[in-house]
Design a protein around this ligand. Structure first.
Ligand SMILES: Nc1ncnc2c1ncn2[C@@H]1O[C@H](COP(=O)(O)OP(=O)(O)O)[C@@H](O)[C@H]1O
Ligand SMILES: [Mg+2]
Length: 215
């Protein structure tokens, strides 16, 4: 800190400042950051692009450098995760009416083969997650396959996000590497959908079509 009492000036000094000065010169016009910043930012990797290494004066090893691309959203289906598992020591109180609505829908679906949806609405702490954990438990107990999915408000901005994610979980292509997605999809659709029509599902599941390698 230098200067008179009435006027203070603050100067940041140190190796990071020198590095930043070199980065600005090496990557003009870009918002660049070093690897520590990249890793500690807690932002998704698709918000960044790796930059080519550059010689920097007086800095022997600047490490990996990244360009910050801004807060982009990657259009993709979601991950499977159930927020909560049923806790057997925790009784579910006063939810008969809500569970009955689920049972009715389940009956309609299983016996009348009609698609059903039950919507539970309530503010924070109302007991939604607890109820869903119970429904998940009941469904599995009866031998049904349950596809749990948590939606965030931001997901509403992507058209068909929920149905795409549910179908991706159903076909188990959400958990497989992108390069195997096409193969998985073929296997799952086999016998259900004619093979020439399989490609119609590529867009829905963000299938990256493998390029043929020439030898
Ligand atoms: N029917 C219930 N019986 C007993 N405890 C409940 C019930 N519903 C919710 N709780 C408890 O209340 C708290 C908040 O419920 P939670 O399901 O997390 O709410 P939400 O998901 O709607 O925000 C949790 O600790 C949960 O265990
Ligand atoms: Mg909740």
């Amino acid at each position: 800190m230098v200067g008179a009492v009435a006027r203070h000036e603050y100067t940041v000094i140190g190796p990071k400042v020198s590095l930043v000065a070199r980065m600005i010169t090496a990557y003009p016009g870009l918002v660049s950051c070093d690897e520590v910043t990249y890793l500690r930012s807690m932002l998704p990797t698709y918000n960044f692009k790796k930059l080519p290494g550059k010689m920097m004066k007086n800095i022997s090893n600047p490490g990996k450098m990244y360009e910050f691309l801004g807060h982009r959203r990657c259009v993709m289906f979601g991950k499977r995760h159930l927020a909560r598992e049923k806790n057997v020591n925790h009784l579910l109180l006063d939810r008969e009416k809500e569970l009955e609505a689920f049972r009715m829908a389940q009956q309609g679906c299983l016996h009348q083969k009609k698609g059903q949806a039950v919507l539970y609405e309530g503010g924070r702490g109302y007991g939604k997650s607890q109820l869903l954990a119970e429904i998940n438990f009941l469904g599995q107990k009866e031998g049904h396959r349950v596809l749990p999915l948590t939606l965030k408000e931001a997901d509403s901005k992507q058209y068909f996000y929920a149905i795409q994610t549910l179908m991706a979980i159903f076909f188990e292509i959400d958990s497989c590497p992108a390069c195997y997605r096409q193969e998985y999809l073929h296997k799952q659709l086999h016998g259900m959908v004619e093979e020439p029509l399989h490609c119609l599902f590529n867009d829905l599941f963000f299938v990256k079509v493998m390029k043929a390698v020439a030898f």
